[in-house]
Write a protein that binds this ligand. Structure first.
Ligand SMILES: C[S@@+](CC[C@H](N)C(=O)[O-])C[C@H]1O[C@@H](n2cnc3c(N)ncnc32)[C@H](O)[C@@H]1O
Length: 276
């Protein structure tokens, strides 16, 4: 019954699990793009050198790499509840300023004197209660500290996922509820501002960042969706073989595939920052 559609398994507001698990698979699916975003996000923040950072939902450490390279930190404590991600990040990042911890929202570590920056890269929408998560993050700041987050513009110009869900909805009606543009409806400037101010944060700044997502060919786009890490791949794993083939064929027709097979798109994110 491996390919039977999964019905009604409510987990974190969804019908199927988001299945964050495998570090190397995550890198091909999302890490290669979240790394590009992380670099521009840290540059936009323009934080003075020498700060102590907390990275929440670090995954395989995309943001940690960017902070080490562009943020001139004194220290970074990077957390994720998924052991497999923390293991990969710990193995790959050996910078003396960085420490990793297996921990999630609700159990974030504090620091004597507080953190200068508490930050998350494309993770805020996966926390169970984003307002509570931001409150917890704000409570860990030092007096002049800042909370910052990036989120993909799922309902708008996060193009490779937008095409995926728009096509998926034509194949299977369950996709309408699972569409990340619907589930993560606060990923737009107005709602993000409300969310940050609802968590008691002030001097809120919001900015769009678009990164190029260039796929060599259709297989480069599609194969990470077959590997089961993340919301869209989890949905693909729940489909019958027949529906999976229909979805792939539909995407082949829908995507802007160039004559040499390359698929050039952009992924837009919103970056937001606020102070206590
Ligand atoms: C899309 S990934 C982003 C990973 C990384 N920040 C990046 O830029 O590639 C979302 C991350 O949020 C983490 N996550 C999910 N629920 C969480 C929670 N309650 N607390 C902390 N992290 C969580 C997942 O394990 C995953 O690593």
């Amino acid at each position: 019954m491996e390919n039977e559609p999964m019905e009604d398994q409510p987990i974190a507001g969804s019908l199927i699990e988001d299945a964050w698990s495998e570090g190397s698979i995550y890198e091909r699916y999302m890490g290669r793009w979240s790394r590009l975003l992380a670099r521009d996000f840290v540059t936009w923040l323009d934080i003075p050198a020498g700060g102590n950072w907390l990275d929440v939902g670090t995954g395989t450490g995309a943001l940690v790499d960017a902070v080490c390279e562009h943020g001139k930190p004194k220290s970074i404590l990077a957390c994720d509840p998924v052991a497999a991600f923390v293991d990969v990040a710990r193995r790959n990042i050996t910078d003396d300023r960085v420490e990793f911890l297996q921990a999630g929202v609700g159990e974030l570590p504090s620091r004597d004197g507080g953190f200068d920056m508490v930050i998350s890269n494309v993770a805020l929408n996966f926390f169970n209660d984003a307002t509570e998560a931001l409150r917890e993050q704000a409570s860990l700041l030092c007096a002049e500290g800042m909370v910052a987050a990036s989120v993909w513009d799922y309902a708008g110009d996060m193009q490779f996922l937008r095409h995926f869900w728009d096509e998926a909805k034509t194949i299977n009606p369950r996709a309408a509820k699972l569409d990340e543009g619907v589930r993560f409806s606060f990923c737009n400037p107005g709602a993000l501002k409300e969310l940050f101010s609802g968590a008691g944060l002030e001097k809120i700044r919001i900015f769009p960042i678009a990164v190029p997502t260039i796929f060599e060919n259709f297989d480069d786009y599609w194969s990470p969706f077959l590997a089961g890490t993340g919301p869209a791949p989890s949905f693909v794993a729940s489909l019958s073989e027949e529906d999976r083939i229909l979805l792939a064929d539909g995407l082949r027709r829908r995507l802007p595939v160039a004559t040499d097979g390359r698929i050039d798109m952009v992924a837009r994110a919103w970056v937001v920052a606020g102070c206590r």
